[in-house]
Design a protein around this ligand. Structure first.
Ligand SMILES: NC(=O)c1ccc[n+]([C@@H]2O[C@H](COP(=O)([O-])OP(=O)(O)OC[C@H]3O[C@@H](n4cnc5c(N)ncnc54)[C@H](O)[C@@H]3O)[C@@H](O)[C@H]2O)c1
Length: 270
């Protein structure tokens, strides 16, 4: 569906059909909001009904929710069928749904490992497998995967999470190579610390939350942690024709955290 077919469409994603997994809350919700504001029709695929977790979320107009479990191929196939029936195709797929698992190696069972891999890595694979056929005949189609700076470095106790996100970055490059010839670009965004439910627990359980927030901000050259909207802005650009010559890339959106080399406090100038 191009803007030509929808002369009334406007905005940077006007007339585009956009699928966002895990769009009920957090980063996914911000991506949904941004694409909707920019004129897209957005389909949220999530385990959770966004109306239940986001009070005041406007589900009318250019957005709808279809139940989806990205780990389950049947669920993904049903989802793809509904999207095809309702919209005739897809222009942009944003693989955002993800979970974090924090365990020692000794405590991590095979089931724990497999579950993280199923959501974070099998999910994007299944979504691409069953939604790419819906991109057939569209122009400027794009997949944007949400990876992580933990696909580049790693926090303690994050073996399955870090491995899954490194896998997402690899999948991104592989799909860019395979799908480029059929006109589909594939990139990833690797967010740093973004203020969502996923990591708010770390701050909430800290005895001095204000200090924890200040300490976190100080890790970032830009002086703050990230907002879900920061990630949404990068996704919008990667999905747009403005990024038409960009594929197979992992764009870090972390306020410079990964760029600044660490130095002991005793040797720092200030
Ligand atoms: N928050 C951060 O700091 C951060 C940093 C780097 C990467 N990320 C990545 O960004 C993405 C979104 O993170 P978030 O912080 O918004 O998380 P979140 O926990 O706030 O939201 C995740 C969403 O995914 C959905 N989901 C979970 N399992 C699913 C499944 N099997 N099928 C369909 N939907 C499912 C949840 O219902 C929820 O709506 C994840 O891939 C995460 O790894 C987050």
């Amino acid at each position: 569906m191009s803007t030509d077919q929808h002369p009334e469409a406007k905005g940077r994603a006007g007339g585009r059909v956009v699928v966002v997994t895990g769009g009920a809350r957090g980063i996914g919700r911000a991506i949904v909001d941004r694409f909707t504001t920019e004129g897209a029709s957005v389909i949220i695929g999530d385990l959770t009904d966004p109306g239940e977790v986001a009070t005041g979320l406007d589900m009318t107009g250019q957005r709808e929710w279809i139940t989806l479990d990205v780990t389950d191929e049947l669920s993904v196939q049903e989802f793809a069928k509904s999207v095809a029936t309702g919209h005739g195709g897809v222009d942009v797929l944003v693989n955002n749904a993800g979970i974090m698992d924090t365990r020692t190696l000794a405590n991590e069972t095979v089931a724990d490992w497999d579950h993280t891999m199923a959501v974070n890595l099998r999910g994007p694979f299944l979504m691409a497998k069953h939604l790419v056929p819906l991109m057939d005949g569209r122009s400027d189609s794009a997949i944007v995967n949400i990876g992580s700076i933990e696909g580049i470095g790693a926090n303690a106790l994050h073996a399955s999470y870090a491995a899954s996100k490194a896998g997402v970055h690899g999948l991104t490059r592989a799909l860019a190579v395979d799908l480029g010839p059929v006109g589909i670009r594939c990139n990833a965004v690797a967010p740093g610390w973004i203020d969502t439910d996923l990591n708010r627990n770390y701050v909430d359980k800290h005895p001095n939350q204000a200090q924890a927030v200040t300490d976190l901000a100080s890790l970032h050259p830009v002086g703050r942690i990230g907002d879900p909207a920061d990630v949404a802005a990068a996704v919008l650009w990667l999905a747009s024709p403005d990024a038409g010559f960009v594929t197979g890339q992992v764009i870090t959106v972390d306020g410079g955290r990964m760029t600044r080399l660490s130095i002991p406090a005793s040797l720092a100038d200030d």
